[in-house]
Design a protein around this ligand. Structure first.
Ligand SMILES: Nc1ncnc2c1ncn2[C@@H]1O[C@H](COP(=O)(O)OP(=O)(O)OP(=O)(O)O)[C@@H](O)[C@H]1O
Length: 610
């Protein structure tokens, strides 16, 4: 550490400086003498008297950027003289680094210490004070802000950020007790139930299961993780033979499947309910809602024409085709869904299970068209037929074939943007429309799935063909984008830890009953550094906030760069020339001191290691 003091005697030691009347604010640590051995090769204790009116500005560019050095600060003046400290051409080496000789300059009573950025070429005694204000690293290391650099480039993209924040928000939603007075406080190991859809009072609302069902977000009491509960109302358990199937489902972990966590019965809702617990994917919407919802502006099912005004068939078909041309889903999106659906079915079928609920209401989508099957195991439990004469394997094969038929209908419905298109009467028209508006491959896939022959999900792979590569490529690109976004946040996390340490130390009112702890020694330097980083002002005294400066300084502190900066006390009575390496050392020591005394010592020391 090199430091300049306005009113101390040259060549006095640090301890002497600590005692000087003019330096009431700054009390350097005695044991800093080793760390203050400057690796610049000149005496860290050198200083010269100056008047408080020294032309020092805390604007970093004035010290970092030679181009921007204020002329009045360095221009020769009557009070301006320079005197080399070291005329020795031989360079000093500290900690293995070669350091250049330094010289000092007196500007208006303040002594500045400079270091040559290149070795002096002449053998002369006096080294001219040419590269002025170079107290630090070579200019090539300097941050030069370029106009196009916006603050957002320090953080993840707005779109991704909003997506994550939105999902966090949804995860944290709490129910309003007055709105849902009947909701139990606790259901088995879960609490904070929040309905994911309006609770219907119509008993047969969920007729496809034969039972009423409702969905809730809930929090696990012990681990705080959010889950999705699917409650089947009024379900009386007849036997427990399905348990082996539930165990198989629980083991199924796949990116296109909402994982089943557990199944239990409960009377917490005031009836006999069966509850299926799944992973929670905030912000999901069903495939039905996304592509077939009449709530969407401009959507109407082209196949559901007004039966009261019958029209000629040819007219209907022309209308359908016209509608299709304007509203059809892009074919790559349909193949994207097909790949994800077949991927899920493939893993389900290969585990001797069947989905049995391949329906647009039971497929959920999250951002970037991520698709998941969301209602697995429910059919196996609710419609479990323990008296069936067919053996289990034969039943599963039968259900798997039904899955493939359901897949064919689903793809046809997507291609026609109509759930009515898959009704028996409409299928041939729908297929005709698909042939006219999509590739033959899509039609062949649908035809294959809707035939009565024995089919297998693996047979679909050749039909998908090279589209797998496109999908894979898109995924890789997406992963790379996310990784680069994450990189920024990793850097931000690193700086956050650094700032946490700084904030824990700076202006600490008392530590171990020592009221001046944070105002003295290492901590005082850190306080001045905090001002240097965050409290810059312009010459007119206006706040000067530059994210690039803040990030750059913190990064240099983090790596302990050898570069030196000038820190000035607020009363302009003390100026320190100190390297980031020394500041880093101060930070580590001070934080160590704090964490050693902390009641949460363990956590802090873990944090410190990061
Ligand atoms: N695992 C999950 N995580 C988050 N949200 C989910 C999850 N599963 C379903 N949802 C959401 O819960 C809501 C209700 O889902 P559900 O499966 O009951 O669909 P639905 O359209 O209401 O079907 P139904 O016609 O059977 O009522 C939907 O908005 C869906 O997006």
């Amino acid at each position: 550490m090199d430091w300049l003091s306005p009113s101390s005697h040259p060549h006095s030691t640090l301890s002497q400086l600590g005692r000087t009347n003019h330096l009431t604010e700054f009390v350097p640590r005695m044991n800093n003498s080793t760390s203050t051995t400057s690796n610049s090769g000149f005496s860290c204790n050198s200083y010269a008297p100056m008047t408080p009116s020294v032309m020092f500005h805390s604007m970093p560019k004035k010290f970092d950027d030679q181009e921007n050095i204020p002329k009045e600060s360095v221009a020769p003046s009557p009070a301006h003289s320079s005197s080399p400290i070291s005329h020795d051409k031989q360079m000093c080496s500290t900690n293995g680094t070669v350091v250049l000789p330094a010289y000092q300059e007196n500007v208006g009573g303040t002594t500045y210490f400079y270091q040559y950025s290149t070795p002096p070429e002449n053998n002369g005694e006096t080294i001219p004070p040419e590269p002025v204000m170079s107290t630090a690293t070579p200019a090539s290391n300097e941050y030069v802000p370029f106009p196009g650099k916006s603050e957002s480039s320090f953080f993840m993209s707005e779109e991704l950020r909003n997506d994550i924040l939105n999902r966090n928000l949804l995860s944290l939603l709490q129910p309003d007790p007055s709105q849902y007075p009947d909701l139990p406080q606790e259901v088995d190991s879960y609490h904070e139930l929040y309905p994911l859809e309006p609770i219907s009072n119509q008993v047969l609302h969920k007729a496809h299961l034969g039972y009423q069902a409702s969905m809730y977000k809930a929090t696990h009491i012990k681990n705080g993780v959010h889950y999705c509960l699917r409650r089947i109302h009024g379900f009386r358990l007849q036997n427990t033979k399905f348990i082996s199937l539930v165990d198989l489902w629980k083991k199924l972990d796949h990116s296109n499947i909402v994982q089943l966590r557990e199944v239990f019965t409960t009377k917490a809702f005031g009836d006999n309910s069966m509850v299926f617990v799944y992973s929670y994917h905030p912000g999901s919407e069903t495939l039905l809602n996304k592509h077939f919802s009449i709530d969407q502006p401009g959507y109407h099912d082209p196949f559901s024409n007004d039966k009261s005004t019958p029209m000629p068939y040819s007219y209907q078909k022309t209308n359908l085709l016209r509608h299709q041309q304007n509203n059809k889903l892009p074919e790559p999106l349909i193949w994207n869904y097909i790949i994800q659906l077949t991927s899920a079915l493939r893993v389900i079928h290969s585990n001797a299970l069947a989905c049995r609920s391949l329906d647009p209401t039971k497929i959920i989508l999250t951002s970037k068209n991520r698709l998941r099957l969301s209602c697995l195991a429910v059919m196996d439990v609710v419609l479990h037929d323990s008296n069936s004469s067919l053996n289990h394997l034969a039943l599963i094969h039968h259900y798997q074939q039904e899955d493939l038929t359901a897949l064919g209908k689903l793809v046809l419905a997507l291609a026609c943007k109509s759930t009515v298109a898959v009704q028996r009467d409409n299928i041939s028209t729908a297929l005709d429309i698909v042939s006219r508006t999509y590739t033959i491959d899509l039609r062949n896939l649908i035809m294959y799935l809707l035939t009565n022959q024995r089919r297998s999900v693996t047979d679909l792979m050749p039909m998908i063909g090279a589209r797998f590569y496109t999908q894979l490529d898109n995924l890789h690109s997406h992963v790379e984008t996310l990784e680069s976004e994450m990189c920024k946040e990793v850097q931000n996390g690193r700086l956050f830890r650094l700032m946490t340490k700084l904030a824990a130390i700076n202006e600490r009112p008392d530590f171990n009953m020592e009221s001046t702890w944070s105002e003295t020694g290492d901590r005082y330097m850190l306080k001045l550094f905090r001002d240097y980083v965050f409290h810059q002002v312009t010459e007119e005294g206006q706040p000067w906030i530059d994210m690039a400066h803040i990030v750059q300084c913190l990064n240099k502190l983090d790596v302990g760069a050898p570069e030196k900066i000038c820190l000035m006390s607020r009363d302009e009575q003390s100026i320190l020339v100190v390297s980031y390496a020394e500041l880093r050392h101060c930070l580590d020591q001070s934080f160590q001191e704090l964490s050693n005394s902390s009641v949460l010592q363990h956590e802090l020391s873990v944090e410190d290691k990061i």
